[in-house]
Design a protein around this ligand. Structure first.
Ligand SMILES: NC(=O)C1=CN([C@@H]2O[C@H](COP(=O)(O)OP(=O)(O)OC[C@H]3O[C@@H](n4cnc5c(N)ncnc54)[C@H](OP(=O)(O)O)[C@@H]3O)[C@@H](O)[C@H]2O)C=CC1
Ligand SMILES: CC(C)(CO)C(=O)C(=O)O
Length: 336
């Protein structure tokens, strides 16, 4: 399959390297030092067992037009980075090209083919200007939940920590020919890629952890096990998750795992820093609006009170604002 991966970071690098090693025709859409490194050496993948694999057949470019039409486009950017690529994406799209979205959080396409009173509603938190929905048509999208954890440790070098599951699903729940084909392609590359008839419920299950543990960890610099074992933060995580569950239930979502078990699962991961804490430490922009702001937007749409989510959202937004101002100061000092 001809596959473009937009964003060759932790997840894009991991997925693209494995697909290429399995014989797929992979092009990374990538920029900066990462582009140079992949062009020079391919994408190096370091697996959990320490083994190293070089995907040296991958192509890498920052030119969408040159990459050309694809069978499949995988969007592996952070949610707040989608707008920056939306304008260029059409170069990759032929009449049948499918798009797999690999962002954590509530996706911009959430209400497409959702049914009910909220069908077609637009979510400002993840698509502030409407440009993403306009230029990345939801009719092409296959939903996906990313369970693996990985990190781009240097340009062109990705380390995989754990997990291989990428559940997929059509937005209308059907088992179409295209989703079946993409699932088979993922399985052939060594991933688990079950086709689900309710991808939104799986998105909420993953998000349950992200909307609670990620902001708490970013605010307190604590790992998952620390948050889960300290009674007050465990209680706060449970309160955030309970509010989210009320919203989700109103939207027809069912959780296949009870709340206590979901917290126990996070606790078992141990001394692990969430991606939002890693972003804080690295001075990168935080995925707050996709993970928390969008849930609050859904709360407003479903008339659900969310005092805990509102409080945590306010605090983590302030944290991000302070960081942005500090970064601005540092840049100004460098210019001076
Ligand atoms: N990492 C993980 O273990 C997990 C991540 N996820 C989710 O997966 C998604 C991707 O996260 P992750 O891979 O960690 O993020 P990364 O930051 O590692 O990767 C994103 C990549 O996109 C690139 N990028 C951003 N904007 C552009 C652009 N305009 N053109 C080209 N490239 C661009 C970035 O490059 P540059 O550095 O040049 O900006 C970066 O390499 C997120 O939603 C995250 O929450 C989910 C589960 C686990
Ligand atoms: C580790 C985990 C599961 C925390 O919610 C995660 O998905 C993240 O760090 O973004």
């Amino acid at each position: 399959m001809k596959i473009a991966i937009v964003g060759a970071g932790a997840i894009g690098g991991y997925v693209g390297a494995k697909l290429s090693l399995a014989g797929e025709d992979v092009t990374f859409i990538v920029r900066g030092a990462n582009l140079e490194a992949i062009r020079r050496n391919g994408m190096k993948l370091i697996l959990e067992d320490g083994s190293e694999h070089i995907a040296d057949q991958v192509k890498a470019t920052d030119n969408y037009r040159l990459a050309g039409r694809q069978d499949l486009v995988i969007l592996a950017l952070k949610a707040h980075q989608l707008e920056s690529i939306a304008d260029q994406l059409h170069h990759l799209l032929g009449p049948e090209t499918a798009i797999v979205t690999m962002q954590n959080g509530i996706p911009y396409w959430y209400f497409y083919k959702h049914g009910g009173a909220l069908e077609g509603s637009h979510l400002k938190m993840v698509d502030p200007t409407g440009e993403i929905s306009e230029k990345i048509p939801a009719s092409r999208v296959i939903g996906c939940v990313v369970y693996p954890a990985s990190e781009l440790i240097a340009p062109g070098v990705v380390r995989h920590f754990e997990g291989e599951r990428f559940p997929l699903g059509e937005l209308d729940g059907s088992s179409s020919e295209r989703v079946t084909r993409i699932s088979a392609c993922f399985v052939n590359a060594g991933f688990k890629a079950p086709v689900l008839d309710d991808i939104r419920s799986e998105i909420w299950l993953k998000l349950w952890g992200n909307l609670s543990f990620n902001p708490i960890s970013a605010l307190t610099h604590s790992t998952l096990v620390d948050i889960c074992q300290f009674p007050l933060s465990r209680e706060l995580a449970a309160a955030l998750m309970t509010e989210a569950q009320t919203i989700a239930h109103k939207l027809g979502i069912s959780f296949r795992v009870p709340l206590d078990k979901r917290i126990a699962g996070a606790e078992k991961i141990g001394k692990h820093k969430t991606s939002m804490l890693k972003d804080v430490e690295a001075g990168r922009a935080l995925e707050i609006d996709a993970l928390v702001g969008s849930v609050i937007e859904l709360a407003r749409l479903t008339h659900t009170p969310t005092p805990h989510l509102d409080t945590v959202y306010a605090l983590v937004k302030l944290l991000a604002k302070t960081f942005e101002e500090e970064r601005g100061q540092v840049q100004l000092q460098r210019v001076a």
